[in-house]
Design a protein around this ligand. Structure first.
Ligand code: FES
Ligand code: MG
Length: 572
């Protein structure tokens, strides 16, 4: 039980400093605001440049009502927001900056707890990283997916169908005018992408971690139940402070175990791996990529959503949401792992059921029997790489092929459709310089488009190997997050076109078939090294000097762990 609020260190006392802190904050607040009532920030990533989060001000109003109703003081705190489709060179470059800025703002201000409002891909991860490092009572409200759009009678899935429609234009099946017309049909309402991309994944994984009201994740952004849950979250935030329930008090290894089970069962984005590793790093929980393989590899895929499947998030919510999924795999969950409500996650599964077994399948009839992420090792990825076998072509999971190497994404675009490029369906496309340090920021470029001449031959998938990430809306036999990245001295930098690469997913192997002695004598190519980022100033400079590799979540080295919420010094 909390006896004195943290904010009382600002507002308590009748000295000059107490006067200053209170006087500027009054603005109509009653005297009672400054004694015995918790001050709760609403860390709000609403921004017109983050269209997926643009509606969060309305959500914040409901949170505010709940906080006030329960006796707290609600304070809107706009924080760094990242719009996945807008921000260059990649929103991932700014995730750690957003996390750092939010962490520092939470610590520096007179608040006792925080409600975190996120949605678009990087926003929930950055908010959770910040909250973990400040360790004040914290709870998430995910902004929710947008409603299903249709165009010419067909359902459109965000992201996934952009690729399909643009291929239709290339192939002459769709005019450019119709293509443009489909834009407004795809983005039909407020909310984030409605496929099982990174935003949907991170909201669901956050629910499995236990950091939001069970059953809330996946509620569509325009659904009035989102607002009533936001209201309830505001009320609960006041209780969290009274109970001193902070991230470090209820998030443990079991929470991450449950998140990994959920990630596999929903067929979630590979990006969740780096985000969960980074969040665990802030909490001092020793999570590794191997844990994703160990815990998740045999979990069945129960959710039939795009990009791998058919349906969209509105269907998922209608079918019962995450509790309906987790109920099917209840025996695989850690029964002791708590949620922010103080009760274990598994207690919320008793009444759950799937209302549409086509969307959320029963355990006995999964979409795929084993869906988790596999970790590969070998001389090409000494610290590991990942692949999502469920999104890959079964016949390519054991493959040996000749490397065709690209030193940058620009090099790739310049040459991939060259009719003279020496490439065939058995080749392995290798793209490097796309890791955290090399690009910088580890962009979603690993699912390289296939050479046009092979597409024309009917080839639909090839083995691809890259030190970058892949969009959660994409799929293919793509080896991602090769670690160390080429720009950090990884052997990926030494691959030459014509070398043979061996991928053996059942054996968890990624090998470059070059004798060790020859490999040791090689130097990275000039072309590859000159493509690495070399920023001279600003965040990018700080980032490439301190960013860690994908296997630990690509956080900055000095941001891992927690500093707590204590600030010893006054401002005057
Ligand atoms: Fe924001 Fe997809 S662009 S969630
Ligand atoms: Mg994305």
């Amino acid at each position: 039980m909390v006896t004195e609020f943290r904010s009382a260190h600002w507002y308590g006392g009748d000295d000059r400093n107490g006067y200053i802190h209170r006087a500027w904050m009054r603005r109509g607040l009653p005297d009672s605001a400054f004694s015995g009532r918790p001050h709760i920030a609403i860390a709000n990533t609403a921004s017109d440049l983050t269209p997926c989060n643009a509606h969060l001000d309305e959500v914040a109003t409901s949170v505010r009502d709940g906080i006030h109703e329960a006796g707290g003081i609600a304070l809107n705190l706009p924080v760094v927001s990242l719009g996945e489709t807008n921000v260059r060179p990649t929103a991932m470059l700014w995730r750690n900056m957003a996390a750092m800025a939010t962490e520092e703002l939470l610590r520096a201000n007179p608040i006792d707890g925080v409600v975190l409002l996120g949605g678009c891909d990087k926003t929930i991860p950055s908010l959770l990283m910040a909250a973990a490092s400040v360790d004040l009572p914290a709870i998430v409200v995910p902004g929710g997916p947008m409603l299903t759009g249709t165009f010419r009678g067909k359902v459109l899935g965000c992201g996934t169908d952009v690729w399909r429609l643009s291929e239709d234009v290339r192939g002459g099946a769709l005019s450019r005018e119709e293509f443009t017309r489909s834009e407004s049909a795809m983005i039909r309402s407020r909310g984030h992408c409605n496929t099982m991309g990174t935003a949907s994944t991170m909201a669901l994984v956050a629910e499995a971690l236990g950091v939001l009201l069970p059953g809330l994740a996946g509620t569509p952004a325009p659904d009035s139940r989102l607002l009533s849950a936001a209201h309830g979250t505001g009320r609960l935030a006041v209780e969290l402070i009274a109970a001193d329930r902070r991230p470090s008090t209820f998030l443990g290894a079991g929470s991450f175990h449950n998140a990994i089970v959920a990630l596999a069962a929903i067929g979630g984005s590979t990006n969740a791996v780096v985000h969960l590793l980074a969040i665990a790093g802030r909490l001092g929980i020793p999570l590794t990529v191997a844990d994703f393989d160990r815990i998740g590899a045999d979990v069945p895929l129960l959710v039939d959503l795009q990009p791998a499947g058919r349906y969209l998030m509105e269907d998922f919510h209608r079918a019962g949401g995450l509790p309906a999924v987790l109920r099917e795999v209840r025996d695989l969950l850690d029964p002791a792992a708590l949620t922010v409500t103080g009760r274990p996650l598994v207690e919320y599964l008793d009444d759950a059921r799937s209302w549409d077994p086509a969307v959320i399948r029963p355990r006995a009839d999964p979409v795929q029997p084993a869906a988790g992420i596999a970790m590969l090792r070998g001389n090409l990825a000494p610290d590991g790489a990942i692949i999502k076998p469920a999104a890959a072509s079964p016949e390519l999971l054991r493959h040996r092929g000749r490397a065709v190497v690209f030193d940058s994404i620009e090099d790739f675009h310049a040459r991939i459709d060259d009719p003279d490029l020496d490439v065939d369906r058995d080749s392995v496309l290798v793209l490097r310089g796309c890791g955290p340090r090399g690009y910088p920021g580890m962009p979603e470029v690993s699912n390289m488009p296939l050479p046009r001449k092979l597409l024309a031959q009917g080839v639909r998938d090839m083995v691809r190997v890259c030190d970058g990430r892949m969009s959660g809306t994409a799929y293919g036999t793509v080896v991602l997050h090769v670690t160390p990245e080429a720009a950090a001295g990884g052997p990926l930098a030494l691959v030459r076109t014509g070398d043979h690469i061996v991928l053996d997913v059942p054996s968890r192997l990624l090998e470059l078939d070059v004798p060790a002695g020859e490999l040791a004598a090689r130097q990275p190519s000039e072309a590859s090294a000159s493509a690495y980022a070399a920023p001279s100033r600003g965040w990018q400079r700080l980032y490439i000097d301190h960013v860690q590799q994908a296997d630990t979540g690509a956080d900055l080295d000095f941001l891992t762990g927690s500093s707590g919420s204590h600030v010893g010094r006054e401002s005057h």
